[in-house]
Design a binder for this molecule. Structure first.
Ligand SMILES: [Zn+2]
Length: 240
């Protein structure tokens, strides 16, 4: 391999690592907001579970108060019934008491159902609170990891830029010029790629025989199709 090739490949290694780090760095805010959303969702589940439990408890209280009122009503009717003279009136009162007792019995059945619901809702709430605590712990740990990651990335970027700057001085200026343009114009691909099986490994199209010949001789050549710098990995090293 020619010196210009190995030089530009070394430079490319610096730039690709810088690019990876940049992508990683850019996704951090998204990751952070994703975690915040997860935590908010878990908090929402807790809120709903709490509301559900409170509703059941309210229903229990209102059922109990209904039962108490109906018992009162029975007592009053019983007291009144001792004073009525007409049998029909007395019978009506007894029927009323009986109907009220049936209603109380229904309410008591409902009360028992509500206790079951209360127990289940309590369990659901405990579960939701546990999930929330776990999510909170995870998010805290991940946020701390992100802080570490950020400082690691910054440190590595600084070092890479320093080393790259030092290295760039020895790269052939002509190649460097083309390389920089390609690096700018194609933010995803690699500016310098090998010819593999007679094809450019960036765009995968076959290179022309002339280009292939030039590459074999170690000349700086660009793909006829995508203009990326291509090289023959088997080209002879330069004479020292
Ligand atoms: Zn190409």
């Amino acid at each position: 391999m020619r010196k210009w090739t190995s030089d530009i490949l070394t430079l490319q290694k610096f730039d690709m690592r810088l690019r990876d780090l940049e992508v990683k760095y850019r996704t951090i805010p998204q990751e952070k907001s994703r975690m915040k959303e997860e935590l908010e969702a878990a908090a929402g589940v807790v809120r709903k579970a709490k509301e559900h439990l409170q509703n059941i408890e309210r229903s229990i209280r209102s059922t109990q108060s209904d039962i108490a009122q109906l018992n009162d009503k029975i007592r009053k009717t019983q007291t009144q019934s001792t004073m009525v003279k007409k049998n029909a009136e007395y019978q009506a009162m007894l029927a009323d008491i009986e109907a009220t007792r049936t209603r109380i019995s229904e309410l008591e059945t409902r009360e028992i159902e509500l206790y079951d619901e209360q127990e289940n809702a309590g369990k659901a709430l405990t579960g939701a609170e546990k999930d929330y605590s776990a999510a909170e712990r995870a998010v805290k740990a991940e946020l701390a990891d992100f802080d570490t990651l950020i400082s690691e990335i910054k440190e590595e970027v600084l070092k890479l830029k320093r080393d790259k700057k030092r290295f760039t001085t020895q790269v052939d200026l002509n190649v460097l010029e083309i390389y920089k343009r390609l690096l700018e114009s194609d933010r995803k691909g690699k500016p310098v790629v090998p010819i593999v099986n007679g094809a450019c490994s960036n765009c995968l199209l076959k290179v022309t025989p002339q280009t292939m010949n030039a590459a074999r001789k170690g000349a700086v050549v660009q793909c006829d199709n995508c203009s990326h710098i291509i090289y023959d990995p088997d080209s002879q090293p330069d004479y020292e």
